[in-house]
Write a protein that binds this ligand. Structure first.
Ligand SMILES: CC(C)(COP(=O)(O)OP(=O)(O)OC[C@H]1O[C@@H](n2cnc3c(N)ncnc32)[C@H](O)[C@@H]1OP(=O)(O)O)[C@@H](O)C(=O)NCCC(=O)NCCS
Length: 149
């Protein structure tokens, strides 16, 4: 049975950042994860069948709004249904904590994540133009998405 575990030890930040750097094109830094663990965010490890953590997520809950700040599945375990399970568990967790909706931003070019969010009940509510830096060239738009919990 897959499960979410809250990370409270700031020493985990470097390991999460390394795992993300090996799995995604625009990873957070170790410092960003450390600030999240020490601050108001909730950082989760996702364990599939009590094995090692194969995914991570960062959630910020403000009153009845849950903001999904980041989520990833480690590369060898992508496309196996874990991203959907992780997201569904995060949505259930946020609802239990009193959130009535979940909000997020995603790069316009990130079609895999956008498809995942749509399949979990999110809808697109707007855009932030030229929001994300790219490795080269013009900045990229953010797509704003929202789901009722
Ligand atoms: C986005 C991400 C979390 C999806 O996790 P995953 O475990 O690979 O996704 P799942 O296997 O649960 O797939 C769920 C749905 O997402 C969509 N999807 C996932 N990967 C996809 C891909 N490479 N191309 C197209 N659609 C994809 C599909 O709709 C899929 O449903 P289906 O299998 O029924 O077609 C993962 O690809 C990832 O970590 N990406 C890098 C980090 C990232 O982009 N995070 C989002 C930041 S906003």
């Amino acid at each position: 049975m897959a499960e979410l575990c809250r990370i409270v030890d700031v020493l985990a930040a470097a390991d999460i950042a390394n795992a993300e750097a090996a799995s995604t094109t625009h990873p957070w830094s170790s410092t960003m994860y450390a600030e999240s663990i020490e601050g108001q965010d909730q950082v989760f490890a996702y364990h599939a069948e009590q094995q090692q953590a194969i995914g991570f997520a960062v959630l910020l809950q403000v009153l009845d709004e849950a903001h999904l700040q980041n989520v990833f599945i480690c590369q060898p375990w992508q496309r196996l249904g874990h991203g959907r399970q992780l997201l569904q568990q995060l949505m259930q967790h946020a609802a239990k904590q009193g959130a009535s909706r979940m909000l997020l931003e995603v790069r316009e070019s990130n079609l895999a994540a956008r498809q995942l969010y749509l399949s979990c009940g999110f809808r697109e509510t707007g855009q932030r133009k030229h929001y994300y830096r790219t490795d080269s060239g013009p900045r990229e738009h953010a797509i704003l998405m929202e789901a009722q919990l």
